[in-house]
Design a protein around this ligand. Structure first.
Ligand code: SF4
Length: 161
């Protein structure tokens, strides 16, 4: 409801009112059937806000980019439970500290789907304590070459819990 800066609702909420007192739409709403990926929709909306951010204020300029990266990490299957907490934290900062309505609503796709479809996010998570957002082991390849080592102890591993 209300486009990318609005609210996701489920079919169980179809009794709700299109009104400023309940679901303010500004005149637009989009209906998705169950053949669509919710993550793909959320990602498209989040990418849109990162692209449209004018860059004037740091919470939005940096926050929309961080939100994109954190969402990608989870959607691509590299997230753990702490990454969802971090996703919510970034979204909250964006909403609270952005200068204008664009930044203040940019996290709505993430926040409203997290609220309604928490199991979707949970299904994407690995049962590990943490996985970095970049390949730290690959980044250490130069150091291994310089040290003349390539044994198991010279590699980093993430252990499944
Ligand atoms: S919140 Fe508004 S002013 Fe701030 S960077 Fe985003 S678009 Fe620009």
């Amino acid at each position: 409801m209300g486009g990318p800066s609005g609210t996701f609702i489920t079919v169980e909420e179809s009794h709700r009112l299109l009104a400023y007192e309940d679901l303010a739409t500004g005149g637009s709403f989009i209906v998705f059937n169950n053949s669509r990926s919710i993550f793909q929709i959320v990602k498209n909306f989040t990418d849109f806000f990162a692209h449209e951010s004018c860059g004037f204020c740091t919470p939005c300029r940096v926050g929309t980019s961080l939100l994109q990266k954190q969402l990608d990490k989870i959607v691509l299957g590299h997230g753990s439970a702490g990454d969802v907490v971090e996703l919510e934290r970034i979204a909250g900062l964006l909403r609270q500290y952005s200068h204008c309505g664009l930044g203040q609503t940019a996290a709505n796709p993430v926040l409203t789907t997290l609220e309604r479809y928490p199991e979707l996010y949970q299904q994407q998570l690995k049962k590990i304590s943490y996985e970095p957002g970049f390949d730290l082991d690959a980044a250490l390849q130069v150091a291994r070459q310089m040290a003349g080592r390539n044994d198991a102890a010279a590699h980093l591993q993430q252990v499944e819990e």
